[in-house]
Design a protein around this ligand. Structure first.
Ligand code: CA
Length: 230
């Protein structure tokens, strides 16, 4: 009950803003509302919210510019509110420093999960911590020993596969873009494309998932990247 963190909601559509506010208030968050980018920026500097929910289609300043301006002075988690078809926009927002996005229409559970993930990652980053172990639903990754087990059985991954899984697991719950993953695993100058990533992911899923077509641990965010079960 003690989580009185402040969430700034920058959204010009009143019904969506009201919907979000209702969910947040009933979950003990404090809510600030802005109907445009200018107010959003000024509330951000005056009230130091813990998380920002940012719609990209705003009446005055483009949401992407609001995002970049906030990133000019703050690392606070920014979750972009996006429409279903705007994959390029989502990728651009993530590459411009957004922590995550949520696609309209979304439910209360999804919204709250995104906020919890954003707050948790900020805490870990702030303390320079790395999770020692990832453990969810029978899948255990021991980062120190570089050991992956599924329901107690050792899973043999190639070096690249292991790097991929551990990168996603260290960021569990958060979407990672194809570009981000490629740069992280193959280096900034590697001549790679999404194809090599897809091939590796298919191999990983064959080893980890009961049904690779309906993954339980690593989800595809179509046109954007991958997200691992939190
Ligand atoms: Ca809008």
């Amino acid at each position: 009950m003690a989580n009185r963190q402040t969430i700034l909601v920058v959204e010009d559509e009143k019904t969506i803003g009201n919907y979000i506010e209702t969910i947040l208030l009933s979950n003990e968050y404090k809510v600030l509302r802005a109907m445009n980018g200018t107010t959003g920026l000024s509330l951000c500097t005056s009230h130091h919210p813990e998380v920002i929910l940012l719609d990209l289609g705003l009446p005055d300043i483009d949401g992407m510019e609001v995002l970049q301006r906030i990133r000019g002075f703050s690392n606070l988690p920014i979750i972009v509110i996006s429409a279903r078809t705007q994959e390029r926009e989502k990728v651009e927002a993530l590459d411009s420093g957004a922590d995550d996005y949520i696609t309209k229409p979304f439910g209360a559970e999804e919204l709250l999960a995104r906020i919890r993930t954003a707050l948790r990652h900020r805490l870990h980053v702030g303390q320079g911590q790395m999770q020692p172990v990832y453990s969810r639903d029978g899948l255990v990754i021991d980062f120190e020993r570089r050991l992956v087990t599924l329901q107690g059985n050792a899973i043999h991954l190639t070096q690249i596969e292991y790097k991929l899984v551990s990168l996603l697991a260290q960021n569990a719950g958060k979407v990672l873009t194809y570009d981000f993953i490629l740069k992280d695993i193959w280096g900034p100058y590697a001549d790679t494309d999404n194809q090599i990533l897809r091939v590796n992911m298919a191999n990983i899923r064959r080893k980890l998932e009961v049904n690779p077509a309906e993954p339980h641990y690593i989800f595809t965010e179509i046109g954007v990247g991958y997200r691992m079960l939190e």
